[in-house]
Write a protein that binds this ligand. Structure first.
Ligand SMILES: Cc1cc2nc3c(=O)[nH]c(=O)nc-3n(C[C@H](O)[C@H](O)[C@H](O)COP(=O)(O)O)c2cc1C
Length: 319
């Protein structure tokens, strides 16, 4: 199973704690993306770095990732020169693959034909691949949605993607304009799957072992499954997907231990109490679903303003 990139959630701290609690359960994680900027190759060349670039570089630093889940760094953007500069820097740091994000649905990104905003334009996708692949040292994989506003986008894109030596294609079968609403379009996924010559990774709404088994059985061609929000809803899922059967007690103990460790590390590394509270609440919005508590109870945590109060409440749920 592969861990989906989730900006603000699955950075190094999460990956390290996850690997500590469930060693080997996730074979690979894609990192949250770095967005290319027009001056990126200069920033990389002369060693000056923007705060976003510094944040990304810290997240992918090989020494810091030792003992954590193996990663594939992700890049967002469509400027070949910057793409190649960053990709080749990552290769020199030891990464044999980088991932191209053409699925991001955020409006400020799609408007510039980036993320899922490029999906309606196969010629632009081709231009990026033509500009990047001949000069890129690491292998390239792609993570995409089925379209921006219409599913027809992916049918026009598959022949383009098939023309290049991609390491894999991850498909989240929603449209960009859907953001995270509605359900994955499995009909379209089933139609495009046989057309793609690259290994295909399925991503979208995997939240329990039944979902994993159904995808594997229905689509034997799928090379791997990527889990996103589901890992926060049910942190034991990757372990269970490997065939480990956990009884109620084992499941709850493992879940609580993971939440406690994630929370401890978040507190220990956050620069201020405010950022510790913000981060804790971001995780909590999803993590509480893995515990036998009601939404009304869980919401109490979100209303607290003091770290000690947040701390006390969470501990009352996980002790
Ligand atoms: C908070 C958040 C941040 C995300 N950040 C990224 C990202 O940086 N790169 C990316 O490719 N996808 C990103 N995604 C999308 C997920 O990787 C995944 O494709 C999506 O959530 C569907 O999978 P899921 O239903 O298993 O969560 C993000 C999703 C969420 C909820």
């Amino acid at each position: 199973m592969i861990l989906a990139p989730m900006q603000g959630l699955t950075e190094l701290l999460f990956r390290r704690v996850y690997e500590e609690c469930f060693p080997g359960a996730i074979r690979l994680a894609m990192t949250p993306f770095l967005s290319l900027t027009h001056n990126l190759h200069n920033l990389l060349a002369d060693g000056t770095q923007s705060s976003t670039l510094k944040h990304f570089m810290r997240d992918v630093l090989p020494e810091a990732n030792r003992g954590s889940i193996p990663i594939t760094p992700q890049i967002l953007g469509k400027e070949p020169e910057e793409f190649v500069a960053l990709g080749n820097r990552l290769y020199d740091m030891g990464y044999s693959e980088v991932n191209w994000n053409i699925g991001c649905p955020m409006r400020n990104i799609t408007g510039k034909h980036r993320g899922s905003g490029i999906l309606p334009y196969p010629d632009e996708v081709k231009a990026v691949l033509d500009g990047v692949i001949p000069k890129l040292k690491p292998r390239l994989s792609v993570k995409m949605r089925i379209g921006l506003r219409q599913k027809e986008d992916i049918f026009a894109l598959v022949p383009v993607l098939n023309d290049y030596p991609l390491a894999s294609v991850t498909i989240h079968p929603r449209l960009g304009r859907q953001q995270y609403t509605g359900v994955p379009d499995m009909e379209t996924f089933a139609q495009v799957l046989p057309m793609i010559i690259h290994p295909v990774i399925y991503n979208g709404d995997i939240t329990n072992v039944g979902d994993v088994q159904r995808i594997k059985k229905t689509y034997p061609k799928v090379a791997d499954i990527m889990v996103g929000r589901g890992i926060l809803y049910r942190p034991t899922l990757p372990l269970e997907a490997e065939g480990h059967v956990l009884n109620e007690d084992e499941w709850l103990t493992a879940t609580k231990h993971f939440i406690m460790r994630l929370y401890e590390e978040t507190k220990a590394t956050a620069p201020t109490a405010e950022s510790a509270i913000r981060k804790t609440k971001e995780y909590w919005c999803m993590l509480w679903r893995g515990l036998p508590i009601s939404e009304a109870e869980a919401r109490k945590v979100l209303r607290e303003q003091e770290l000690t109060a947040v701390d006390k409440l969470i501990h009352s749920f996980i002790q």
